[in-house]
Design a protein. Structure first.
Length: 92
């Protein structure tokens, strides 16, 4: 339990410190989602609940990853890189 909390906090620190590049932010969000999935699996095994909730969570994780990759592709095509500091709100 302590290890999963430590990994979650490490993922949050990585997400907060990687604000310059979109790809690194997406990777840290995927890491956080994976840690939450592992915690959910442990919780459901502990209380012997039905595992259909895990299927919904995996579907949501997949949709989030696909939307992030679409945004990364669109951003890199329009701006040439995934460097977020080059984004100008007036140009969008």
């Amino acid at each position: 339990m302590f290890f999963s909390i430590l990994l979650f906090l490490l993922g949050m620190k990585m997400f907060m410190s990687m604000k310059k590049y979109l790809l690194m932010m997406l990777l840290s969000l995927e890491f956080l989602s994976l840690i939450l999935l592992v915690n959910l699996l442990n919780l459901l095994n502990l209380f012997s609940y039905d595992s259909s909730l895990i299927i919904y969570f995996i579907i949501i994780m997949t949709c989030e990853a696909v939307m992030g990759l679409i945004l990364l592709t669109l951003f890199s095509r329009t701006h040439g890189s995934d460097y977020l500091k080059s984004l100008n709100m007036f140009m969008c």
